[in-house]
Design a protein around this ligand. Sequence first.
Ligand code: ADP
Length: 618
Amino acid sequence: MYYSIKKRLLLGVFCILLAALVPAGVYAMYLLRGEVSRDARDVAMNTLRGVEWTLAHHPPFGSPKDLDAWAAGYGAATGVRVSYIVNGTLVADTQVGYERLALAADHSLRPEIVAARKNGRGLDTRFSTTVNMRFLYAALSTGSIPGFAPGVLRIAMPDLAIARRLDRVGFDLALAFAGAFVLGCFLLGIMLLRGFRYLDALTVTAQAIGLGDYARRMPDSRCRELRPFTAALNGMAVNIGKQMREIAEEKNRLETVLNAMSEGVLALSGDGRVLLGNPAARTMFSGMEEGRLLLEVIMNAALHEAVSAALSGEAVPGTVRVAARGGGTCSANIVPLPPGGVAKLLLVFTDISERERLDAMRRDFVANVSHELRTPLTSIRGYAELLRDDANLPEATRAEFLDIITRSAEHMARMTDSLLSLARAEHAGARAAPDRGEASGPTDAAAVLRSVLRDLGPAVRDRAVAVSLDLPAAAAGPEAPLFVRGGADGLAEVFRNLLDNALKYGGNRIELGARAEGDTAVITVRDNGPGIPEESRERIFERFYRLKRGPEGKSAAGSAGLGLAICRHIVRNLGGSIRVGIPADGGPGTAFVVRLPLAGGDAGSLSARRFDSAPALA
Ligand code: ADP
C-alpha cells in the first residue's frame, strides 16, 4: 500500500496550524471575555457610585414614594434600573411600581446584596426572570440617602451590550484567526508544493538519465539539503554518459575490426547459441542469426563435439575443418573466453579453400610434370641401355634409337621451356607488374605475327598448309602497323603457340588476321581442323589439359597441354583476353581470338573483363 508524502505533509501542516491557532483563539477569547466583564463591572460600580452621590446630594425625599418615583425617572432617562433595599425589602425600584413594592420578593439572599452587606459592595451577573433578560447587578451598602434608613443601593444594567461586544470581538477574532489559518495554509502549501515540484523534476531527470538521456542535468536546488543529492545525480549522469561513450567507441572499434577481418568470427553463449557473427562469418555460413544453435548453422559433428568439449571446460581441441557455403573449406579455431561474460567461446574461421586449391594444384602439377617427363625419360633410358648393352646393333637400328632419344630429349626440352615460360608468366601476373617486357612497348602486333609466320615457314611447308594473312592496310605501303601495349617476346610466344596448335591440330588451311576495333587490337587465328568441343573450350586453357582424340582417346604426341595456359597468362598480363570458339561464319575448325589494348589508349583502365565479348566467334 503506497501513500502520498505530499498529501501527508499538507495534512500535517493543516493540523499543526489548527493546533496552533485554535487554543490561541480560545485563550484570547477567554482573556477578552475577562477584560470586557471587568470593564463592565467597573462601569457598573462607577455608575452606582454616581447614583449614590446624586442621591446623597438630593434634597431629602418626602416619602419612600418620592424615592421610587426618582428611581423610575432615573431608569427612564438612563436605562439603568435603580433599587434601594433595606433588610432585604425593596424600598424603591425603577421597574416596580410603589404599590407593588410590598409584593416583591425578599432580596436579602441575592448574591450582590449578600456581598454588599458583607463587604460594602457586591457584583453579580444573572438572568432576571422578572424582566426576562440577563443583567449585571452592582450593589453598595450605603446610609447616605437622606431620610432613609441605611440599606443597599443597587443598580442593574442589561448585560446585552457586553454580550454583543463579546460576540462582535469574538467574531472578529475568529475571522482574524481563520484568515491567519488560510494564509498559513496557503504559504506553507506553496512552499511545500515548490519543494515537491523540485522532487518531481528530480524524478523526471533520473528517469530520463535511466532511459539514456545522459546529457540531462538537474538545476541546482536552493535547498541546502537537496544540493548534495542534485550534485550526485548530475555527477552520475556525467559518469554514465562518459562510460557509455567509451563503451560505444570500444564497440565501434571492435565492430570495425570484426567487419574488416577476412576471418569469420562467431561468439557463442554457454548453451552453444550464436551471440554475434561478423560479416565474413555470415558470408561463410548461411542462416547465421543471433540466438540460433551453432549446430543449426553449421552441421558439422566434429565442430559440435569440439565446441561441447570446450564449453564443458575440457582441453580445447585443435582446429576443425568445416565445409563453408559455396563449396569452400574453413578451418575453425576455438578460443575460450575469460569467465564472467555472456560469450563463452570465440570461433575463428579461416578460409582455407584457396590454400587447399593451391595445394591440390601443386600436387597435380608435380604429378603431371613427373608423368609427362617419365615417358620421354623412360624411352631415353631404355634406348640408351640398348645402345650400351648391345654393341652389335645394326647401324640403321642404332640411328633409329638415337633419333628416338633425340626426339624425347627435345620433347623434354620443349616441356621444360614451356614450364619456364608458364612460371615466368605466372610470376609476372602475380607481381601485377608484367615481366618479360610485356608492359614495355608499344609493339607492332602485325609485325610480330608476320615474323612468327616466317619462323614457322618450314613447318607450314612440311604440312602443306595454306596460310592467309589479313593485316591492316596502310595508305602509304602495303601494311600498316598495329601497335599494342607490351613487349614483342610475349606476343611472339602467344602467336607462336596459336599458330603451332593450328598447324598441329588444324586442317590444311589457316587464316591469320589482325585489325583494330576501337581501342582494341583483335588478332584471330583460325583453322579448318576438327574444332574443339564446347565443353572443353574453357578447360583447354588449364595447365596440362589436352583433348583426347581418336577411338583410344589419345592426346597428340609431344603435347604437354601447357601452350594455351601460357597464352592466357601472357594475354591477361597485357590486360587482354583470349577466347576460343567456332569461326563466326559457321565454317569448320577452330577460331582463337586475342584482344589486346591498343597502345596509346587508356591502358590503366583496361582489364580482361572488357574483352570478354568476342564477336569474331560464333
Ligand atoms: P599443347 O602444348 O599440348 O599443344 P595446348 O595448351 O597448346 O597444349 O593445347 C591444349 C589442347 O587444346 C591440345 O591438346 C589440343 O587438343 C587442343 N587444341 C589446341 N589448339 C587446337 C586447335 N587449333 N584445334 C584443335 N584442338 C586444339
